[in-house]
Design a protein around this ligand. Sequence first.
Ligand SMILES: Cc1cc2nc3c(=O)[nH]c(=O)nc-3n(C[C@H](O)[C@H](O)[C@H](O)COP(=O)(O)OP(=O)(O)OC[C@H]3O[C@@H](n4cnc5c(N)ncnc54)[C@H](O)[C@@H]3O)c2cc1C
Length: 165
Amino acid sequence: MGGAGHRPDPDAPLDLAMLRDRYRHEEQALAVLEHATDPRPPTRDHVLALVPIWHDDRTVLIGDAAHPVGAGQGASMAIEDAIVLAQRLATDPVPAALAAYDEARRPRVNRMLKAGADNRARKKAANPVRRRLTDTVMSFGLKHFYDKATGWLYNYDVGELPVTA
Ligand SMILES: Cc1cc2nc3c(=O)[nH]c(=O)nc-3n(C[C@H](O)[C@H](O)[C@H](O)COP(=O)(O)OP(=O)(O)OC[C@H]3O[C@@H](n4cnc5c(N)ncnc54)[C@H](O)[C@@H]3O)c2cc1C
Protein backbone atom coordinates (compact mmCIF):
# COMPACT_ATOMS: atom_id res chain seq x y z
CA MET A 1 0.00 0.00 0.00
CA GLY A 2 1.21 3.52 -0.71
CA GLY A 3 1.09 6.62 1.42
CA ALA A 4 -1.14 9.66 1.12
CA GLY A 5 -2.10 10.34 -2.45
CA HIS A 6 -1.46 6.74 -3.54
CA ARG A 7 -3.89 5.69 -6.24
CA PRO A 8 -4.16 2.05 -7.27
CA ASP A 9 -3.64 1.50 -10.97
CA PRO A 10 -7.05 0.41 -12.34
CA ASP A 11 -5.28 -1.51 -15.12
CA ALA A 12 -2.92 -3.44 -12.86
CA PRO A 13 -3.41 -7.23 -12.97
CA LEU A 14 -5.54 -8.64 -10.18
CA ASP A 15 -4.25 -11.53 -8.07
CA LEU A 16 -7.24 -13.83 -8.48
CA ALA A 17 -5.58 -16.76 -6.70
CA MET A 18 -5.04 -14.61 -3.63
CA LEU A 19 -8.67 -13.45 -3.71
CA ARG A 20 -10.01 -16.99 -4.12
CA ASP A 21 -7.96 -18.03 -1.14
CA ARG A 22 -9.08 -15.04 0.94
CA TYR A 23 -12.77 -15.69 0.19
CA ARG A 24 -12.55 -19.48 0.24
CA HIS A 25 -15.30 -19.74 2.87
CA GLU A 26 -17.69 -17.38 1.07
CA GLU A 27 -19.76 -19.11 -1.55
CA GLN A 28 -21.19 -15.95 -3.11
CA ALA A 29 -17.86 -14.13 -3.34
CA LEU A 30 -16.29 -17.20 -4.94
CA ALA A 31 -19.10 -17.38 -7.50
CA VAL A 32 -18.55 -13.72 -8.38
CA LEU A 33 -14.80 -14.29 -8.80
CA GLU A 34 -15.46 -17.36 -10.90
CA HIS A 35 -17.70 -15.48 -13.33
CA ALA A 36 -15.91 -12.15 -13.45
CA THR A 37 -14.96 -11.48 -17.07
CA ASP A 38 -12.77 -8.42 -16.55
CA PRO A 39 -11.57 -8.35 -12.94
CA ARG A 40 -9.70 -5.19 -11.89
CA PRO A 41 -8.23 -4.01 -8.61
CA PRO A 42 -10.61 -1.93 -6.52
CA THR A 43 -10.23 1.76 -7.18
CA ARG A 44 -12.45 4.73 -6.62
CA ASP A 45 -11.33 6.00 -10.04
CA HIS A 46 -12.98 3.24 -12.06
CA VAL A 47 -15.68 4.69 -14.27
CA LEU A 48 -18.39 2.44 -15.63
CA ALA A 49 -19.23 2.64 -19.31
CA LEU A 50 -22.08 4.94 -20.29
CA VAL A 51 -25.49 3.34 -20.63
CA PRO A 52 -26.81 4.79 -23.89
CA ILE A 53 -30.21 3.07 -23.82
CA TRP A 54 -32.36 3.67 -20.76
CA HIS A 55 -35.61 2.10 -21.84
CA ASP A 56 -37.47 -0.08 -24.26
CA ASP A 57 -41.24 -0.29 -24.61
CA ARG A 58 -41.80 -1.97 -21.25
CA THR A 59 -38.71 -1.43 -19.10
CA VAL A 60 -36.83 1.62 -17.89
CA LEU A 61 -33.57 2.09 -16.01
CA ILE A 62 -33.30 4.85 -13.44
CA GLY A 63 -30.72 5.87 -10.85
CA ASP A 64 -27.30 4.24 -10.75
CA ALA A 65 -28.39 1.49 -13.12
CA ALA A 66 -28.76 4.09 -15.86
CA HIS A 67 -26.13 6.63 -14.87
CA PRO A 68 -23.75 6.08 -11.95
CA VAL A 69 -22.55 9.68 -11.59
CA GLY A 70 -19.78 9.14 -9.04
CA ALA A 71 -19.84 12.75 -7.88
CA GLY A 72 -21.62 12.55 -4.55
CA GLN A 73 -24.91 13.24 -6.33
CA GLY A 74 -26.07 9.73 -7.21
CA ALA A 75 -28.82 9.55 -4.62
CA SER A 76 -30.12 12.99 -5.54
CA MET A 77 -30.20 12.05 -9.22
CA ALA A 78 -31.92 8.74 -8.46
CA ILE A 79 -34.61 10.51 -6.42
CA GLU A 80 -35.15 13.09 -9.14
CA ASP A 81 -35.41 10.27 -11.69
CA ALA A 82 -38.08 8.55 -9.63
CA ILE A 83 -40.13 11.74 -9.31
CA VAL A 84 -39.91 12.56 -13.03
CA LEU A 85 -40.81 8.99 -13.95
CA ALA A 86 -43.85 9.13 -11.66
CA GLN A 87 -44.87 12.45 -13.24
CA ARG A 88 -44.64 11.04 -16.75
CA LEU A 89 -46.46 7.85 -15.84
CA ALA A 90 -49.26 9.97 -14.38
CA THR A 91 -49.87 11.75 -17.67
CA ASP A 92 -48.78 9.40 -20.46
CA PRO A 93 -49.37 5.72 -21.14
CA VAL A 94 -46.45 3.28 -21.38
CA PRO A 95 -44.38 3.26 -23.60
CA ALA A 96 -44.76 6.99 -24.35
CA ALA A 97 -44.18 7.81 -20.68
CA LEU A 98 -40.83 5.99 -20.70
CA ALA A 99 -39.65 7.90 -23.78
CA ALA A 100 -40.85 11.18 -22.25
CA TYR A 101 -39.00 10.36 -19.04
CA ASP A 102 -35.80 9.68 -20.99
CA GLU A 103 -36.12 12.92 -22.92
CA ALA A 104 -36.79 14.93 -19.76
CA ARG A 105 -33.88 13.54 -17.77
CA ARG A 106 -31.07 13.26 -20.36
CA PRO A 107 -29.85 16.87 -20.39
CA ARG A 108 -29.57 17.17 -16.60
CA VAL A 109 -28.03 13.74 -16.11
CA ASN A 110 -25.54 14.35 -18.94
CA ARG A 111 -24.57 17.64 -17.34
CA MET A 112 -24.07 15.85 -14.03
CA LEU A 113 -21.97 13.13 -15.68
CA LYS A 114 -19.81 15.78 -17.33
CA ALA A 115 -19.36 17.64 -14.04
CA GLY A 116 -18.24 14.37 -12.40
CA ALA A 117 -15.80 13.61 -15.23
CA ASP A 118 -14.34 17.14 -15.12
CA ASN A 119 -13.91 16.83 -11.38
CA ARG A 120 -12.07 13.53 -11.68
CA ALA A 121 -9.84 14.86 -14.47
CA ARG A 122 -8.91 17.89 -12.36
CA LYS A 123 -8.02 15.72 -9.36
CA LYS A 124 -6.02 13.31 -11.50
CA ALA A 125 -4.00 16.05 -13.18
CA ALA A 126 -3.24 17.96 -10.02
CA ASN A 127 0.35 17.92 -8.70
CA PRO A 128 0.89 19.34 -5.16
CA VAL A 129 1.68 22.87 -6.40
CA ARG A 130 -1.26 22.90 -8.73
CA ARG A 131 -3.49 21.47 -6.00
CA ARG A 132 -2.44 24.29 -3.64
CA LEU A 133 -3.16 26.83 -6.37
CA THR A 134 -6.53 25.24 -7.11
CA ASP A 135 -7.41 25.30 -3.39
CA THR A 136 -6.56 29.00 -3.21
CA VAL A 137 -8.51 29.84 -6.33
CA MET A 138 -11.38 27.63 -5.17
CA SER A 139 -11.63 29.32 -1.77
CA PHE A 140 -11.87 32.67 -3.56
CA GLY A 141 -14.20 31.22 -6.18
CA LEU A 142 -16.40 29.55 -3.60
CA LYS A 143 -17.08 32.88 -1.94
CA HIS A 144 -17.83 34.73 -5.16
CA PHE A 145 -19.09 32.35 -7.80
CA TYR A 146 -20.31 29.24 -6.02
CA ASP A 147 -24.02 30.02 -6.19
CA LYS A 148 -23.78 30.90 -9.85
CA ALA A 149 -21.66 27.88 -10.79
CA THR A 150 -23.74 25.33 -8.91
CA GLY A 151 -27.19 26.89 -9.25
CA TRP A 152 -28.13 24.48 -12.04
CA LEU A 153 -27.53 21.62 -9.59
CA TYR A 154 -28.76 22.89 -6.24
CA ASN A 155 -31.53 25.33 -7.18
CA TYR A 156 -33.24 22.88 -9.47
CA ASP A 157 -36.92 22.27 -8.85
CA VAL A 158 -37.98 18.82 -9.99
CA GLY A 159 -41.66 19.50 -9.31
CA GLU A 160 -44.20 17.63 -7.26
CA LEU A 161 -44.93 13.94 -7.04
CA PRO A 162 -48.27 13.30 -8.72
CA VAL A 163 -51.08 12.64 -6.28
CA THR A 164 -53.42 9.77 -7.00
CA ALA A 165 -57.09 10.04 -6.08
C1 LIG B 1 -19.66 5.42 -0.22
C2 LIG B 1 -20.76 6.12 -1.01
C3 LIG B 1 -21.08 7.43 -0.69
C4 LIG B 1 -22.09 8.09 -1.40
N1 LIG B 1 -22.39 9.37 -1.07
C5 LIG B 1 -23.40 10.00 -1.72
C6 LIG B 1 -23.80 11.33 -1.33
O1 LIG B 1 -23.24 11.94 -0.42
N2 LIG B 1 -24.80 11.92 -2.02
C7 LIG B 1 -25.46 11.29 -3.03
O2 LIG B 1 -26.39 11.86 -3.62
N3 LIG B 1 -25.10 10.02 -3.41
C8 LIG B 1 -24.10 9.36 -2.77
N4 LIG B 1 -23.74 8.09 -3.12
C9 LIG B 1 -24.36 7.46 -4.28
C10 LIG B 1 -25.72 6.88 -3.92
O3 LIG B 1 -25.61 5.99 -2.82
C11 LIG B 1 -26.26 6.11 -5.14
O4 LIG B 1 -26.12 6.91 -6.30
C12 LIG B 1 -27.72 5.77 -4.93
O5 LIG B 1 -27.86 4.90 -3.83
C13 LIG B 1 -28.31 5.15 -6.20
O6 LIG B 1 -29.61 4.76 -5.90
P1 LIG B 1 -30.30 3.60 -6.73
O7 LIG B 1 -31.65 3.44 -6.13
O8 LIG B 1 -30.19 3.92 -8.19
O9 LIG B 1 -29.40 2.31 -6.52
P2 LIG B 1 -29.11 1.52 -5.16
O10 LIG B 1 -29.19 2.43 -3.97
O11 LIG B 1 -27.83 0.79 -5.42
O12 LIG B 1 -30.31 0.51 -5.05
C14 LIG B 1 -30.37 -0.65 -5.84
C15 LIG B 1 -31.07 -1.71 -5.02
O13 LIG B 1 -31.33 -2.85 -5.86
C16 LIG B 1 -31.01 -4.00 -5.14
N5 LIG B 1 -30.72 -5.07 -6.12
C17 LIG B 1 -29.62 -5.23 -6.89
N6 LIG B 1 -29.74 -6.32 -7.66
C18 LIG B 1 -30.95 -6.86 -7.37
C19 LIG B 1 -31.64 -8.00 -7.86
N7 LIG B 1 -31.12 -8.80 -8.79
N8 LIG B 1 -32.86 -8.25 -7.34
C20 LIG B 1 -33.41 -7.43 -6.40
N9 LIG B 1 -32.79 -6.33 -5.91
C21 LIG B 1 -31.58 -6.05 -6.40
C22 LIG B 1 -29.81 -3.63 -4.30
O14 LIG B 1 -29.66 -4.49 -3.21
C23 LIG B 1 -30.20 -2.20 -3.87
O15 LIG B 1 -30.97 -2.20 -2.70
C24 LIG B 1 -22.75 7.41 -2.44
C25 LIG B 1 -22.41 6.07 -2.74
C26 LIG B 1 -21.42 5.43 -2.03
C27 LIG B 1 -21.08 3.99 -2.36
